[in-house]
Ligand binder design. Structure first.
Ligand code: NAP
Ligand code: HSE
Length: 425
């Protein structure tokens, strides 16, 4: 039996789950993998804090050197969160010849090139399955199982917190702020939940997934990002009436060497496979030229689902004869062979507050037509309290910039645009 001595950086929701899984699964790991995994030191901020796992007090430390400089520790597992000091600590561990396993998509998306370079230089491993989509093995699938494919597009629900919130808003008409507290209590949300609701968490993850899918670095700043904070229960109920379900989607599409990468609230037809993915579940729907369509679904957040990915990485790292790394040139900049398209085409859902008098619809149709945007569907709601009524328009597919330009021409004395939500089919 091989003994592997590891150190933790952090011991919160995910760290507690990893501790518990290593304890509960000890016999199986010994039997299946012939490994005995021993946690030697655990870095935390506050050693006196109550924890969700029974880590012995003598293992806790506030001195990072106890983890990254201990020659007995061969694998450092990071679940502190945030870009810094997590990145510097991981670099120190790699430079000291230790393999790193991380659940931290922020640190990875922003500093992947530095981390990978250090790992390759020292001939050690860098594993990050848990950084994207919790328990779903999407990193392994993109890196290994789909090697023989040109990925044309991926659409994913890759943030559990916002999917949990939007599912509750859809089902019960609740407001997002009321539901956010529950997502935090369930341990789904980031230490700073703004990262979830502003779409940043999904954008970090998409930058990692798209880089692997397109075999070229797609840096985080290239991802167009819009969160869910401005969505209203009214948008969701109007969309529902028209047969749509609202999701925070991460979308990556490739046409030749032109790619689009975007995270934003998106209406999907209620028959779409992603529409029935609810709660903290994540799913990635993708299409490759050989594999064709596939969807992977599973728990995208929470202590045990994330621990499932972390512990699997620890086991892979402990038994790997060689540590594999992505083969594309991993630099801070975007892959020079890729062109980023910010004028993508899709349908749009517009919620407009209009004066209820003859000729108004014709004016709106005219402003849209000037930019070649045509109307696919319309729904006028009952009379509002003031002299304006809600009008919902769904356009045919149009370029983003044409839609924006058309809306700028709307006369505010006649109507105001309350919401613009993209629609994918
Ligand atoms: P968390 O509950 O806030 O835990 C963070 C842990 O790191 C705590 O133990 C904290 O110490 C420690 N820590 C933070 N900053 C530190 C510092 N400067 N020095 C020493 N210790 C420090 O966060 P979490 O939910 O477990 O998430 C951790 C990471 O996993 C994040 O990168 C997150 O994106 C990722 N992740 C989370 C989930 C999820 O479902 N929650 C899923 C996938 C990936 P104290 O306990 O003493 O405060
Ligand atoms: N806060 C993240 C989410 C955790 O809600 O998806 C998993 O990465």
């Amino acid at each position: 039996m091989k003994e592997v001595i590891i150190g933790f950086l952090g011991c919160g929701n995910v760290g507690g789950g990893v501790w518990n899984l290593l304890e509960n699964f000890r016999k199986e790991i010994a039997h299946r993998n012939h490994l005995s995994i021993r946690v030697k030191k655990v870095l935390v901020r506050d050693v006196s804090k109550a924890r969700s796992c029974a880590v012995p007090a003598e293992l806790l430390t506030t001195n990072v050197e106890d983890v990254v400089s201990d020659p007995e520790i061969s694998i450092v597992v990071e679940f502190m969160g945030g870009e810094q000091p997590a990145t510097e600590y991981m670099l120190r561990a790699l430079n000291a010849g230790k393999t790193v396993v991380t659940a931290n998509k922020v640190a990875l998306a922003l500093n992947w090139h530095r981390l990978q370079a250090a790992a390759q230089e020292k001939n050690v491993g860098l594993y990050y399955e848990a950084s994207v989509c919790g328990a779903i093995p999407i990193i392994n699938v993109l890196q290994n199982s789909l090697q023989a494919n040109r990925i044309g597009h991926m659409m994913g629900i890759i943030n559990g917190t916002t999917n949990y919130i939007l599912s509750r808003m859809y089902e019960n008409g609740e407001d997002y702020k009321d539901v956010l507290g529950d997502a935090q209590r369930l341990g789904l949300a980031e230490p700073n939940p703004a990262a979830d609701v502003e779409g940043l968490d999904a954008a970090y993850k998409l930058s990692i997934m798209a880089s692997l899918a397109f075999h070229g670095r797609v840096p985080f700043p290239k991802v167009y990002t819009e969160g869910i904070t401005r969505l209203t229960a009214m948008d969701i109920s109007c969309g529902k009436e028209m047969g749509y379900v609202l999701k925070l989607l991460a979308i990556a599409k490739r046409d030749g060497n032109t790619v689009q990468v975007r995270v934003h609230p998106t209406f999907l037809p209620d028959s779409h496979p992603l529409s029935s993915v609810n709660g903290s579940f994540n799913a990635v729907y993708l299409q490759g030229h050989a594999c064709q369509e596939m969807m992977l679904q599973g728990r995208g957040a929470g202590d045990m689902p994330t621990a499932s990915a972390v512990v699997s990485d620890i086991l892979r790292a402990s038994t790997a004869e060689i540590h594999a790394h992505p083969t594309f040139s991993n630099t801070a900049e975007a892959d020079p062979s890729l062109t980023f398209d910010d004028n993508w085409q899709c349908q749009y859902f517009l919620r407009i507050s209009v004066e209820d008098r003859p000729g108004v619809l014709a004016k709106i149709a005219g402003w849209l037509a000037q930019e070649n945007v045509s109307i696919a569907k319309m729904l006028q709601k009952g009379k509002a309290d003031n002299d304006r009524v809600p009008l919902i328009i769904v356009t045919h597919a149009a370029p983003e910039k044409s839609l924006r330009k058309a809306i700028e021409a709307f006369d505010k004395d006649v109507c105001t645009v309350e919401s613009v939500i993209r629609v994918e089919v």
